[in-house]
Design a protein around this ligand. Structure first.
Ligand code: AR6
Length: 171
């Protein structure tokens, strides 16, 4: 693995012992299914109330709230792109969703953060491309910045876990 600051785990992101969990949100920030739904269920109804006050978030950006009933102190709501064939800036928007989350975490002196595989569920981003973008975005960030100290990729499915394991072993 390229960096001991990067970890790979498989499972439910809401159970992780990290300071920040990242939700793969939509631009309305009003909750949803998938990992976003799991995070809202685990954090409790106060999370939706906090999200309502944010007034949405453009694609490729991120916003932060407390974690409420999660172990995590904060939730970062990152909005990845909906895949539409690749000709609409999807790759750059996905990279930006990761980098914006890392920048927000750094501003709050966060030491540990966990990401799901943003945009690869309902939003349909091809998993292999998304894995490459996620890992390179994080590696570039870590090469230039001391915080967060540790970044965890949390894969839900076996397929994603295998992709990340393979890609991280090559770098
Ligand atoms: N822990 C970690 N990863 C999970 C979990 C979990 N508990 N549950 C699902 N995943 P998705 P998107 C994985 O669809 O494609 C929501 O409705 C899942 O296997 O959650 O960015 C939002 O509100 C997949 O690999 O997010 C938006 O409207 C990954 O999380 C929209 O979906 C992302 O899948 C965002 O779509």
């Amino acid at each position: 693995m390229s960096s001991s600051r990067i970890q790979l785990v498989q499972g439910d992101i809401t159970t992780l012992d990290v300071e920040v969990v990242v939700a793969a949100a939509n631009s309305g920030l009003m909750g949803g299914g998938g990992v976003d739904g799991a995070i809202h269920r685990a954090a409790g109804p106060e999370l939706l109330q906090a999200c309502r006050k944010l007034g949405g978030c453009p694609t490729g950006e991120a916003r932060m709230t407390p974690g409420f009933q999660l172990h995590a102190k904060y939730v970062i709501h990152a909005v990845g792109p909906i895949w539409d064939g690749g000709g609409y800036g999807e790759a750059e928007l996905l990279r930006s969703a990761y980098t914006s989350s890392l920048a927000l975490a750094q501003q709050h002196d966060v030491r540990s953060i966990a990401f799901p595989c943003i945009s690869t569920g309902v939003y349909g981003f091809p998993k292999e491309k998304a894995c490459e973008i996620a890992i390179t975005a994080v590696q570039y960030w870590l090469a230039e910045n001391a915080l967060p100290e540790r970044v965890t990729f949390c894969c839900f499915g076996d397929d994603d876990y295998a992709l990340y394991e393979q890609r991280l072993s090559e770098s």
